[in-house]
Design a protein around this ligand. Structure first.
Ligand SMILES: [Fe+2]
Length: 414
């Protein structure tokens, strides 16, 4: 009986129908074949590698992570499973084409059939590039990634920070030494076969890095949720990632030895990675990539500064999405309007960034306003801009940078 249906139910049906219309074009969702999680789950590394048919593992690791002994458990698990192991511990700083070439030479010399990255984003990106580039010698910008079948070796990733989500994504970023530019390489073959999330490897990450990488995760989730290329699965992972971040991140920052919160953040980063790998990112990353390169600001810190300003800018097209996210962010009341809920979400994100001790403005980073037009032009060319929900131009990006320098969030504008 139609008259017995509550208005809220009708509104829900209408919303679902509109979403179905939006998703009618269909989508493809890719994720690692095996994901292992839990404290000390490196003990299960050997059995997971055997399940994938691996025989000889090239372990690609951050030198610092290796020197700290964080890979010892992984190395033991590999050898205890009867697998051969070759170590490549040359990763220091951001990966470039020279490092990847060296890694490919190590892969070919060893005869390994599986590449396993262990460490932060740099080690995982290096491992992914080694696994897909093979003997390619041309310019990185011209390299095209094929499907899974095009990768001749297996690929696994064990993150030691919760942030990039690289263990779940189809992208790697390598600096092309010849042309002095960072080149994003994207394609199905870059999705690892194995992701292993062990919070015990993350207990020693300092609070500032935990905060910055955690906000990188939050930014991935918010941008993927509102991307024009999003889909129901990507939105579900993004929504749950946001719920986990707001609960776990403050405790992981304030009490780094809390294994449960470290695990929550590891899973949140993985979910956000899955989400943006399948839905794309947006304007925050398009700007923060340039700001980070110009002023040597760490990626997560740059995202923390830029995210609230872009959320205000995007609110014109994202009011409903931000209102939906209020619940995930743990704010808002039933009686609030969509506008009030979306504004509350934006303020909640900004307050979290402040609570974590991260900056909310570009002041203090030796920023020169004369660079802004150049930064804006570069941001307009960034690969991440394709998913952004509101069209943007150079002048609008310069205005956002001006706001971020002044540290004033124009909430009345949304
Ligand atoms: Fe990011």
């Amino acid at each position: 009986m139609v008259e017995n249906i509550l208005p809220a139910t009708i509104a829900s049906i209408v919303t679902q129908t509109l979403q179905q219309c939006h998703y009618n074009s269909g989508f493809t969702f890719r994720s690692p074949a095996i994901t292992v999680t839990g404290p000390y789950c490196v003990n299960q590394l050997g059995s997971a590698l055997l399940e994938l048919g691996a025989k000889h593992i090239l372990v690609v690791v951050d030198r610092m992570v290796w020197q700290l002994g964080l890979t010892a458990g992984c190395e033991t698990a590999i050898t205890m499973a009867g697998l051969k192991l070759t170590l490549f511990s040359d990763v220091e700083g951001e990966p470039d084409s020279k490092l990847v070439a060296k890694g490919i030479a190590a892969l070919n010399a060893s005869g390994a059939d599986f590449v396993l990255g262990i460490g932060g984003g740099s080690a995982l990106d290096t491992a992914k590039a080694i696994a897909v580039l093979g003997d390619y010698n041309g310019p990185l910008v011209e390299f095209k990634v094929g499907g899974l079948a095009s990768r001749r070796v297996g690929l696994g990733a064990i993150p030691t920070t919760a942030g990039t989500g690289s263990e779940a994504t189809d992208i790697t970023v390598i600096k092309d030494v010849a042309n002095n530019i960072k080149v994003p390489i994207k394609g199905p073959a870059l999705v690892p076969d194995l992701a292993l999330l062990d919070p015990a490897l993350m207990l020693g990450v300092p609070p500032q890095i935990t905060a910055a990488t955690g906000i990188d995760t939050l930014t991935h989730a918010i941008e993927a949720y509102t991307s024009r290329s999003s889909n129901p699965l990507a939105q579900a992972y993004a929504y749950h990632s946001i719920e986990m971040v707001v609960t776990a991140l403050p405790i992981a920052v304030g009490c780094g030895d809390d294994m449960n919160m470290r695990l929550s953040m590891a899973i949140a980063a993985y979910k956000a990675g899955l989400s943006f790998s399948n839905a794309g990112l947006g304007l925050v990353h398009a700007i923060s990539h340039q700001v980070g390169a110009f002023y040597h600001i760490p990626h997560g810190v740059a995202n923390a500064i830029i995210l609230p300003y872009v959320m205000v800018f995007n609110n014109l097209c994202c009011e409903d999405s931000y209102a939906e996210l209020a619940k995930a962010l743990g704010v808002g009341r039933e009686a609030m309007t969509r506008r009030e809920l979306s504004q509350t979400s934006i303020l909640r994100v900004r307050q979290l960034i402040i609570d974590l001790g991260l900056p909310t403005s570009l002041a203090g980073f030796d920023v020169d306003k004369k660079d802004f037009s150049n930064i804006a032009e570069q941001a307009m060319l960034d690969i991440c801009l394709t998913g952004t929900p509101r069209q943007v131009n150079v002048e609008q990006i310069i205005s956002l940078l001006d706001q971020a320098l002044a540290g004033e969030l124009p909430l009345e504008g949304c």
